[in-house]
Each structure stands twice: as structure tokens, then as C-alpha cells.
Design a protein around this ligand. Structure first.
Ligand code: ADP
Ligand code: MG
Length: 620
């Protein structure tokens, strides 16, 4: 069968989107390939179609578990034999999956990059006939990018055991710099680069000045009805905004990284099924979640940078229908973002101090390296030495990135399994065990994500109290407990204080400088209002565009200032006194700013009289 026949047989799509076909034929020729296609551009098919055509296995490296499961489910339902391996799967099952791969019974195997750290896994790979290595979200290899995953650096090492296997690297956004880094770090061999236009015909990019973000959210959610994602800065805001919207009659839910796996899955399921649901979320939500009918993506805080912003807005309009990215901007956003950035920015002194405190806490002498797995209670550590918690977290992340430490099963949530048999625990006598088995079915047989804070709340105890109790059970072997407040890591290189003072500090500083530049680029994008937004975005990604989009707020307001005049407003006010909300919804197709400006103009001209702050009447 040809690629096109496969496309039709399994997906029922009549044709490829450009440049899918070129990518696929390059891959089929066994050449290394770098594919840069926007979100929703159809990257997955670029390795799934060849996977079906190749004799051997296609190994897919993918950074997100939710995404893997989605794809595996989807392909399996089409009769394509597919599997995935994550930390949640036990050794036995992993062994069976790899047996199936070895016996050529699996076409696609999805694994997380961290899996490549497992020596057993690597050994097994050698026995499997592998035809293609697909690296999804390849920008994760870039230290400068916003999604850096250290384990991506291990991918190149696969080359030594799979020397003839072509690599297909896929990503949505890549500046020239990141593009080069992908090629270098993945050691792509004279790759063909395919880049499709960043253009999304059905998507508009807008920045609207907003002094009352909640009110404006309602306005725009009514203007553009349908499913929506609202990105906010922190967890607290996800609850707050979702609540506010629910109270105002919208179908709203919230999402953030600290939810348990079950909660996440349920929320995602309901979200996928709904036509109207609004998801208020931190940036934990969205990567790879393929919901076609998202009509709007909002930001109400300054996005972290253009790359993240472009990807997040790209969640809208996968069904090719008209959709909008809307950033409700206020000048304070800038001040706030800059302040947060600076407040958590360690100085060289802080940096050296944290390193010294860390080594003294762990009692590690100069030049010493141990095989020990350390457990560090980060909040306690920070408190003991009077350090800023966020800085400590950043510091440890940095060490992990630099492979000075190796962090172990770092999770967003604690996990727990009860090891003692149910009979050995006196039912009804132990509040904590009663609670665990009631709320987390299966916790006797496998490890479940738990929430200490919810437990503390439900049991009317403090979180510290709950954690202490759980640690006691852990010590006496009653439970297996991995506390998310504990960093677990080991050192990979000996302590070198000089490095922390010089080289490492310089590296750290240049990462920070880069982050600052990224923030400033975002601020520039938000604050300027003369250049077409789409043009500006594409320029950032080194893609030339010859024409303005005609749809963004900048283009629209240039157009509409021309064909809207005060008479339309006056005509409407002849009906009688109107509230601002009434006026705005009457002219809902026009940019709000223009109407407000026009109103102000009429007030200045003494044609219209404001009543209070919210209503207007014609002066006859
Ligand atoms: P990406 O990974 O680039 O963000 P996906 O691979 O998830 O995008 O594909 C986005 C959507 O486009 C999916 O629903 C996919 O089935 C659909 N799609 C991909 N290729 C085609 C095609 N040739 N024709 C129609 N739909 C396609
Ligand atoms: Mg994808």
C-alpha cells in the first residue's frame, strides 16, 4: 500500500496536508528529517504512516504521558498495534511489551525520554528490529527553550546501538537557534528540514487592553461562544476564575499540575466531550491535547514568552473554523511579571550560598562523591538556612539540567501504596488507613497518587501532621511513600566549590539573561499596537510574511476606524438610555476599544451624557 492509501484506509482522510507527504517520503528513504509544523499541523501522521509501512518497530519518544495514552488508544482503535511504557507500568508488563516488540507484534512503541536512562531497556532495544526513531516535541532538547527535558540529551546515545535507524524529529516552534540545537544535540545526519508555514488561516491573534479582566472575559466569552481555554498564572487563579465564570452561568472547570492523575483524566475526558466547556488552567494544560472545537484561548497574565504563547494559542481552532487568541492585557501585567522574575532571581551570592548550604546539609566535603541517594525536605531546608524556596527549587532544577545531580522519580504528586495486608490493619482503628482505602481504591495493590493537603483537610489535621505520620509508616515498612516535598537525587560528579563560584554561576546567569530576553520580547509584543500581530509573531520565528493578517486587533482597528462612525451610536441611543454592556453587545462585531473611544468622543462633544459610570443617554 502507498502512504496515501494508508492515510485513507486508517484515517479516512482524502489527502495529506503540506508538507506531510514530503516528510513521509524522506523518512521512508531512511534519511534523517526535521519537521517543523505548527500545532495541529499533523505531525503525528508523519511517523505513524511510515510506522505502518516499515517492517520493524517505530520507537516514539514523547514527553507527556497523557499524550502517549491518547495516541495509543487512538491507534489501537484503528487496529494498529501500539503500546507505551511509562513509570506507572510494572516490570513484568514492561517485559511482556518488549517481548511483543521483539517478536514483531508491535508497530509503534511510545516511551518517555527518561526511559532511556534504564540500562535494561537499552539492552532490550538491541534485540528489537527498529525501523524508525521519532522524537516528538523535539524542542525539549534545547536548554534555551521553555520545555527543556534533560533526558532528551540521551537520545543521541541511541545512535551507537541503532546506527542505521533514521531519526525523525518533530516540533511546532523552532527559532533558528533552537533548530540548530535540535540538529546538534540529536546528532541528526544531514537532515532534510521541512517547515510549513506558521500561518493558521482561521486563527486571529489579539491583545485587548483590559482594566477589568473578569468583566471583559464575560464580554468576550459571550461574543465568541463555544469551548475555551483560559490560561492563568497560578493555581489559586484557576479556582477563582472558574468559580466566577460558573457563578455567571458558564460551564467552567479548572486544571493545574497538582491535581491527581485521576482528577486530571476525568477533567480531560469531560473537556473533550463538551462543546461549551471553559477550562481555566495553568500552563500545565494543553500540550498535545487534541480538542478540535476550541473557539478561544485567553491569557489574562503575561505569557512566559512568545514560544509558549504561540503554542498555547495554537490550541484553538484545530477544526479549521474561525477562532481567536485573546490576551487581556493591562500595563500592570508587565510590572508584575518583571517583579516576580526579579524576586526569584538568585544573585551570585545567593547562588553560592545555596550551594554551600546544600553541601553542608548533606555533609558532603570538597571533592567528595557518594553513591548515596539523598532525600531533601526542600521547604524545611530553605527555612533552616533562611533561603528563598523558589530559588532553591530553581537551583536544584538547574543542577538537574546540568546533570550534576540526577533527580529521581520527580513527581508533581506524592504516591503511596499500602504494603501491609488488609488483615493486618485493624479496620476502624486507624483513621489514616481507613481514609486511604476509602478514597484510593486499589491502594493495597498498586501505588496511587494521593493529596496530603486534601487528606489533612478532610481529617481535620495539619499537613505536617499527616506527613509525619506517613513517614513513620514508611519507616516501619507498612507503606511505600514517595513524598513530593522531598527531593530525591544523587550526585553525578564530585563537589567542586570553584565551579559553583565561576563556571556554573556563569551558565546559570546566561540562562536567566535568556529568560529575561524572552519575557521582554513578550512585553514588546503585547505593548505595541502598530504592527500586525501575526507578522510580528512570524518574524520572531524567522518566517517572512508579505502581508498583514487582516484579522488581529491591530489590523481590525485600522480597518474599522474607517467604517464606523458616531452616527451608528447616536441612532442606537435614540431608543433611550443604554448601559455600556448593552451598547457593547449591540455592536458586538466591532472592537470594544473603538466603541468606548467613540462614546468618549460623544461625551466630550456634549452629545451624550454619562449616567453614573455605566449608562449613557443622548443629549437632545
Ligand atoms: P500536531 O502534533 O502537529 O499538533 P496532530 O498530529 O495531533 O498535530 O494532528 C492534528 C489533527 O489534524 C489531528 O486531529 C489529525 O488527525 C488531523 N490531521 C492530520 N493530518 C491530516 C490530514 N492529512 N487530513 C486531515 N486531518 C489531518
Ligand atoms: Mg503533536
Amino acid at each position: 500500500m502507498t502512504a496515501k492509501e494508508i492515510l485513507f484506509k486508517y484515517w479516512n482522510y482524502p489527502s495529506f496536508k503540506t508538507p506531510q507527504e514530503e516528510i513521509i517520503s524522506n523518512v521512508l528513504e531512511g534519511k534523517d528529517t526535521l519537521a517543523i509544523l505548527p500545532t495541529g499541523g499533523g505531525k503525528s501522521l508523519c511517523y505513524q504512516v511510515p510506522a505502518i509501512m516499515f517492517d520493524g518497530l517505530t520507537l516514539v519518544i514523547s514527553p507527556l504521558i497523557a499524550l502517549m495514552k491518547d495516541q495509543v488508544q487512538n491507534l489501537t482503535s484503528k487496529g494498529i498495534s501500539t503500546a507505551y511504557i511509562t513509570n506507572e507500568i510494572d516490570q513484568n508488563t514492561i517485559g511482556k511489551i518488549l517481548d511483543d516488540c521483539q517478536n514483531n507484534r508491535v508497530k509503534l512503541l511510545y516511551v518517555s525520554p527518561e526511559r532511556l536512562q534504564s540500562r535494561i531497556f537499552i539492552e532490550r532495544l538491541k534485540q528489537i528490529n527498529i525501523s524508525l526513531l521519532a522524537v516528538d516535541e523535539a524542542h525539549c532538547v534545547s536548554e534555551w527553550g521553555h520545555d527543556f527535558r534533560p533526558a532528551y540529551h540521551r537520545i543521541a546515545r541511541l545512535k551507537t546501538i541503532l546506527p542505521k535507524v533514521p531519526i525523525l524529529a518533530l516540533t511546532a516552534t523552532a527559532t533558528e537557534k533552537i533548530q540548530l540545537e535540535i540538529i546538534e544535540k540529536l546528532e541528526l545526519n544531514q537532515p532534510q528540514i521541512f517547515k510549513s508555514s506558521l500561518k493558521r488561516k482561521n486563527l486571529s491573534y489579539n491583545v485587548f487592553l483590559s482594566t477589568d479582566k473578569k468583566k471583559d472575559l464575560i464580554y468576550y466569552l459571550k461574543k465568541y461562544s463555544g469551548s475555551s481555554i483560559i490560561f492563568v498564572r497560578n493555581r489559586r487563579l484557576t479556582y477563582e476564575i472558574a468559580n466566577f465564570l460558573s457563578q455567571n452561568g458558564f460551564d467552567a472547570d479548572y486544571f493545574h499540575a497538582k491535581l491527581t492523575k485521576d482528577e486530571k483524566e476525568e477533567k480531560q475526558r469531560n473537556w473533550m466531550l463538551s462543546n461549551s466547556r471553559i477550562m481555566v488552567s495553568t500552563n500545565a494544560f494543553g500540550m498535545g491535547i487534541d480538542k478540535p472545537n476550541v473557539r478561544t484561548v485567553f491569557h489574562i497574565d503575561l505569557p512566559q514568552g512568545i514560544e509558549a504563547y504561540y503554542q498555547e494559542v495554537g490550541r484553538a481552532g484545530r477544526d479549521e473554523l474561525e477562532s481567536h487568541g485573546i490576551y487581556l492585557y493591562h500595563p500592570d501585567d508587565r510590572i508584575q511579571a518583571e517583579n516576580i522574575f526579579k524576586a526569584n532571581l538568585p544573585s551570585q551570592q545567593d547562588f553560592i550560598k545555596i550551594s554551600n548550604c546544600l553541601f553542608s546539609q548533606l555533609q558532603l566535603a570538597e571533592g567528595e562523591l557518594t553513591e548515596m541517594n539523598y532525600q531533601l525536605d526542600i521547604p524545611k531546608f530553605a527555612e533552616k538556612f533562611g533561603l528563598n524556596l523558589k530559588m532553591v527549587l530553581q537551583f536544584l532544577d538547574f543542577l538537574n539540567t546540568k546533570e550534576i545531580i540526577q533527580q529521581k522519580n520527580y513527581t508533581q504528586n506524592s504516591t503511596l501504596q499500602i504494603l501491609a495486608s488488609p488483615h493486618s490493619i485493624n479496620q476502624g482503628e486507624n483513621q489514616i488507613f481507613d481514609y486511604l482505602q476509602r478514597h484510593y481504591p486499589g491502594i493495597y495493590t498498586y501505588s496511587r497518587e494521593i493529596s496530603e493537603s486534601k487528606m489533612a483537610f478532610d481529617l481535620h489535621r495539619s499537613i505536617g501532621d499527616i506527613r509525619n505520620a506517613l513517614h513513620d509508616y514508611y519507616k516501619n515498612g507498612t507503606i511505600d511513600y514517595s513524598d513530593r516535598f522531598l527531593a530525591r537525587f544523587r550526585f553525578l560528579i564530585p563537589r567542586d566549590s570553584n565551579a559553583f563560584k565561576n563556571k556554573l554561576w556563569k551558565d546559570f546567569e546566561s540562562i536567566q539573561v535568556n529568560n529575561w530576553k524572552r519575557l521582554q520580547a513578550m512585553i514588546y509584543y503585547a505593548e505595541q499596537n502598530t504592527i500586525c500581530r501575526e507578522r510580528l509573531l512570524f518574524g520572531y520565528f524567522n518566517q517572512k510574511s508579505d502581508e498583514n493578517c487582516g484579522k488581529c486587533d491591530v489590523c481590525q482597528s485600522k480597518k474599522q476606524t474607517k467604517n464606523f462612525n458616531a452616527n451608528d451610536l447616536i441612532e442606537y441611543l435614540k431608543e433611550g438610555e443604554k448601559t455600556q454592556a448593552e451598547i457593547l453587545s449591540k455592536f458586538i462585531n466591532l472592537p470594544k476599544d473603538i466603541i468606548v473611544e467613540e462614546l468618549q468622543y460623544l461625551i466630550d462633544e456634549m452629545r451624550v451624557q454619562p449616567i453614573g459610570f455605566d449608562s449613557y443617554k443622548l443629549i437632545e
